[in-house]
Every structure is written in C-alpha cells, then in structure tokens.
Design a protein. Structure first.
Length: 328
C-alpha cells in the first residue's frame, strides 16, 4: 500500500509517497479502514520536523491524525461495523496511507450529507473542540467564550459548537481577513491581535467588565497573562496549543482571587478508554449537528496524495482558512 513517508526528519521536502507492506488481517475488535481522505494538522508538521513523535506502536515516519474512508475488513469481535460502512475518526498516527488499522471504538459513522473530503475535515477539529469546550470547559448557553486563533480548524469547530449551544463567542486572530471570514460561522465579536496580543481591555469592554467564562486557547504562552486578566470569576482556561511558546509568568494572586480553573489537554497521547469516550460524545452530540447542517466542515484546499510536499508547505504557510485535505 502507499503511505506518506518521512524519509528524513527536519524538512518537508523529505516527504514522499512510499510503498510499504499491507497491514495484516484485523484481530479481535480491530477494523481495517481503506482511507479515502486524510486531514492535515499542525501536529503533522511537528512530526515531520522530528519534534512530535507518535506514541509507542505507531511509526514515526508515517504521519496522520484523522481520516475518512470505508471499512475494508473487520476483526472477529467487532460488533459495530460492517464492510463498506463509511467511517471517520482520530488516530495517534499513520492515517496518511491507503489503509489504517484502528479500534472499532474510535470510529464514527459519516453522515449521508458529507462526502469523504468534507468528512476528513471533521474528526480532529471537532472532537478536540467538543472535548475542550464542553467536557472540560463545561460551557453553558448563557456564557461567553473567547477562542484564540478562531480561524483555525479547531477554532472554527469550537465557534460553531458554541453557537449551536447558544453561547456568545469572541474570537481572535493575527489577521483581520480570517476574522472577517469567521463571521459567516457565527462569530459575535472579533479582536485582531497582530504581533501584540493586547486583548484584555477589549474583552472587558465587550463583556462590560465581567470577563469571559471560558477561553479556548490554541496559542499558548504569549497569551497567558492576558488570558488570566480576561477571565471572569470562576472562569475556565482550556489550553490546547502552544504556538506562541511553552512558558509564561503566572499571577497566582489573580488566579486565586478569580478562582479560575486551568486545564491542559491533548488527544494524541491519551489512553484508548479516554479517546473512546471522546469519540462516543462526538458521535452522540456532534454528528447529528453535522447531519442537519447546524455545524459544517470547512475545507480550504484538497491535494492529491502525490502532491504531499505541496500540501504540507501550504499548511505551513499559514494561508489556509479551514482544513487542508490529502486525497488517496
């Protein structure tokens, strides 16, 4: 079978499509998926650079965290799926290949109204966003959420899910263009951060001094101090990304005074049981919204698998608005 292969860590130009051995027959609750499309993520770029290896059991040379395709074979203990079912889901690696072996509990059924390209734009963004905003952040309909990098895949997913719940959404981006385009997804208030992440004053104005109840932070250290200032009493800060750095000064006095909750989260390194639960909630709560069009995947560009180097370079350019998809 074909797979995206990192021949040398450090450079996107070292990516190639390589023939590797076909996977074995699935055992127990394993499902073999014929991958039709796979979404690209920032984590894939880090893996290419050698900075984000997958957990044990996954090849460091084959990237890919999300996929859409058809069930090719099932193990003898599989009860939820049949050959030919259209499925999508998350994995800790190896999704960018013709076939992927996964556990049956990490799959969800693709709604009839989505094609494979659209479906591949969903799992990583929407499972991450739903888990962060609702399972961890416990966002309520009457509350306000601040989403940093709102024009990203997870940011747009979080925006749509929060609006579907009835919450007010404030979004930040380094470019006004991405904020303008986010309005079509329901954004209530926008803040352009540029090179100076000074947003706390605008948050105070928009919320009449109250602050926001939840922050979905896809940026990290550079925003931490402003995040604490922007939180309301009993606010929840959910840390998902670290693009602006891993360290920050921590105002313990403000954290105590406001009684804030700070939660760090990631999907890739979680045990199977936790990923299963996140996937179950996604299937129960998000897939029905996709089916009726309340929330929608946002595809920026589609590349043939053979053009993987161009796809990765485009993702790295930060020009994309929404998801970049590889088609096998």
């Amino acid at each position: 079978m074909r797979a995206v292969y990192i021949t040398e860590f450090g450079s996107i130009d070292a990516l190639e499509i390589r023939e590797i051995p076909d996977p074995p027959k699935p055992e127990n609750k394993q499902v073999l998926v014929r991958v039709k499309t796979a979404g690209l993520n920032r984590a894939d770029l880090l893996q290419v650079k050698g900075a984000y290896p997958p957990p044990d059991g996954y090849s460091p040379n084959i990237p890919g965290l999300e996929f859409a395709g058809e069930v090719e074979q099932i193990g003898p203990a599989v009860s939820s799926w049949s050959v030919g079912d259209r499925v999508f889901g998350i994995t800790s690696g190896e999704a960018q290949a013709d076939f992927l072996m996964t556990d049956e509990t990490l799959l969800a059924r693709i709604p009839e109204n989505l094609n494979f390209v659209e479906a591949a734009a969903v799992p990583e963004a929407f499972i991450t966003a739903h888990d962060a905003v609702f399972t961890l952040g416990e966002l309520q309909a009457s509350e306000t959420i601040l989403i940093h990098a709102v024009g990203s895949g997870v940011g747009l997913a979080g925006l749509q899910l929060a609006k579907a719940r009835g919450a007010t959404v404030i979004g930040t981006s380094r470019t006004s263009d991405k904020l303008d385009r986010s309005r079509a997804f329901g954004l209530d208030h926008e803040i352009t951060t540029g090179g100076d992440p000074d947003f706390a004053q605008k948050i105070s104005e928009v919320t009449y001094g109250k602050g926001v109840d939840v922050i979905l932070d896809l940026v990290g250290g550079g925003y931490f101090a402003q995040n604490l200032t922007s939180l309301a009493s009993k606010g929840r800060l959910i840390l998902v990304g670290l693009t602006s750095g891993r360290t920050a000064e921590f105002n313990l006095g403000m954290a105590l005074q406001k009684r804030v909750t700070i939660i760090g989260t990631m999907l890739r390194g979680r045990p199977l049981s936790e990923k299963t639960e996140a996937t179950r909630k996604f299937a129960d709560k998000v897939v029905p919204l996709l089916r009726v069009g309340t929330v929608k995947p946002n595809v920026d560009r589609v590349f043939a698998a053979a053009d993987v180097v161009d796809a990765y370079k485009y993702l790295e350019s930060n020009e994309s608005f929404g998801k970049v998809i590889l088609e096998f």
